[in-house]
Design a binder for this molecule. Structure first.
Ligand code: FAD
Length: 502
């Protein structure tokens, strides 16, 4: 009887998740939970353009790292290579404050864990594609740290190289991890020497972890992506008069051009009309529209329902009580706590704040309540309670207690086939909106690893746009499995994600 009740409850939970997935993520909700990275807020947080644009070449929806990378590469690239010497008119429209989505609310962990992902990617896409994806992601470490350095914003973004520490908390997960690391290093011999296995007494001596089974260390980065991206926007606005940014401007609807009696687009040059409200109703016409809305993407692109799934993530900012010793490595070490099911992650800021996120697998309904949940105006109480006790449990010899300084949530976009979606949106996936010479584009679906996907995906999308706008033949530089195709849209199913996560 108890088993039957459990089964019925599980069935009801699953059915309710599927119905949420098949619904719309809606617009970003007002009053998101206050996030420690956004204090103090950027001077551009509420930015509006002086003269609201009515007519643009490229309209970008969203203002996170993806939108920033697209604008950065499109405008800088056009200035350097456009044959006409003409800069595209680009408008960025953001529903809330600047960079108030996942980019401004994440864990600040710039980390690819190649050995954990590579085997599954080989199975799914074959060896060559898997190698390409892993190298693309790993390259983000130098790319983002390099941008922070070359743009003079390394200090403000606290962008730094760290030694990352994968802490394995259960024996099954540890055995599996060691096998995966060895297999991956055989395939990537140039990476040998950067990754190290620690077990037995070393785990306690070197990392003060008394209950963990083993540790793997390797290279990663840590930063405030809020400060990196908002600082880059400030630079772009100064440099490019053809760029406008309007915050607090949610896109309500997007329409394609109507057809005339001969079924030809009435306005082939500016086929898109975007409707928004800012004091009064506004219409903006555009040649190209880019969806850089990640977890929210399927609201305006219904063909992405069940392909990119919103997922709510929990973060905390904690300080150690005065009687407690700092964790080994300080700000130059980052952490992942890896369990048989699920993982938690942590970066440490130079001011000594412990930015600890995760707890998903401990969440209500076995974590299912976070799936297709876009309410980042609420905290997840169970995950917050778990994260608040994690450091005292993992480092009993060091941590005597913590103070919870802040807790907030954010919305991630999980790709059901585990790689991002970048490129032109097929007309059908856009709900049949009619286009002329322009197109709709998408760049989204980084799952939990936006910091090692989004910058490169945005750069690739900017190349596609420049090729389209100026007839250039720039190499796009994107792993081909990340391209949007009708075939991939058909093939990608929710079951593929269940295989990866359960
Ligand atoms: C809690 C949490 C922790 C994370 N930790 C890490 C981490 O440590 N490392 C890592 O690599 N990744 C992490 N991620 C994932 C990473 O932050 C994201 O993958 C990445 O920031 C996505 O960037 P984006 O620009 O595509 O989307 P976002 O930053 O979410 O930007 C999308 C924007 O679109 C706007 N928008 C949506 N709909 C509309 C509309 N109709 N009109 C106008 N604007 C709209 C939203 O308001 C939002 O600002 C985390 C994410 C979360 C939520």
């Amino acid at each position: 009887m108890v088993a039957f009740k459990t089964l019925r409850a599980l069935n009801a939970s699953y059915a309710s998740v599927v119905s949420r997935i098949n619904g719309s993520p809606g617009k970003p909700v007002a009053n998101p939970t206050p996030c420690a990275w956004q204090i103090p807020e950027s001077v551009l947080a509420q930015h509006s353009s002086e003269t609201a644009p009515e007519d643009v070449d490229v309209l970008i929806i969203g203002s996170g790292i993806t939108a920033c990378s697209i604008a950065y590469h499109l405008l800088r690239g056009a200035r350097n290579t456009s044959k006409r010497g003409q800069l595209p008119r680009v408008a960025i429209l953001e529903a809330r404050e600047l960079c108030s989505g996942a980019t401004g609310r994440n864990g600040g962990h710039l980390k690819e864990t190649p050995y954990q992902e590579w085997g599954a990617l080989v199975k799914k896409f074959g060896r060559a594609a898997a190698d390409e994806v892993v190298r693309f992601r790993m390259a983000h470490l130098q790319q983002l740290l390099g941008i922070a350095e070359s743009e003079g914003i390394k200090e403000i973004a606290d962008a730094r190289l760290v030694e990352t520490t994968d802490v394995y908390c259960e024996p099954e997960a540890w055995t599996d991890a060691k096998q995966k690391l060895r297999a991956w290093l055989e395939a990537f011999p140039d990476e040998k020497g950067k990754w190290k296995i620690w077990e037995g007494a070393e785990v306690k001596t070197n990392f003060s972890l008394s209950t963990a089974v083993g540790v793997i260390t390797g290279p990663a980065g840590a930063l405030s992506s809020y400060r990196l991206i908002t600082s880059l926007y400030a630079k772009l606005l100064e440099e490019f008069p053809t760029l406008s940014i309007d915050c607090n401007t949610p896109i309500e609807t997007l329409q394609g051009t109507p057809l005339d009696q001969w079924r030809r687009p009435i306005d082939p040059v500016k086929p898109y009309s975007c409707f928004t409200y800012k004091g009064s109703s506004r219409e903006i016409r555009a040649t190209h529209v880019v969806h850089a809305t990640n977890g929210y993407v399927s609201r305006l692109l219904p063909g992405f329902k069940g392909k990119i799934i919103p997922m709510r993530g929990q973060m905390t900012c904690q300080s150690l009580l005065p009687s407690t010793t700092a964790l080994p490595g300080g700000e130059n070490r980052s952490w992942s706590f890896i369990w048989k099911k699920g993982f938690d992650y942590m970066t440490v800021t130079p001011e000594g704040h412990y930015m600890l996120g995760g707890g998903w697998a401990r969440g209500t309904n076995d974590g299912l309540d976070a799936v297709a949940n876009c309410r980042d105006d609420e905290n997840a109480v169970v995950e917050t309670a778990y994260l608040s006790g994690l450091l005292t449990a993992m480092f009993p010899g060091l941590v005597r207690g913590v103070q919870l300084d802040a807790a907030w949530t954010g919305v991630l976009g999980y790709s059901v086939d585990s790689v991002p979606w970048v490129g032109e949106v097929p007309e059908k996936a856009a709900g049949g909106r009619r286009r002329g010479t322009g197109k709709e584009w998408v760049c989204a679906g980084y799952s939990g690893e936006g910091m090692v996907n989004a910058w490169g995906c945005g750069s690739a999308l900017a190349s596609m746009l420049r090729n389209e706008l100026y007839g250039e033949k720039e190499v796009v530089g994107l792993p081909s499995v990340m391209l949007v195709t009708e075939k991939r849209l058909k093939k990608a199913t929710l079951e593929m994600m269940a295989e990866d996560y359960i």
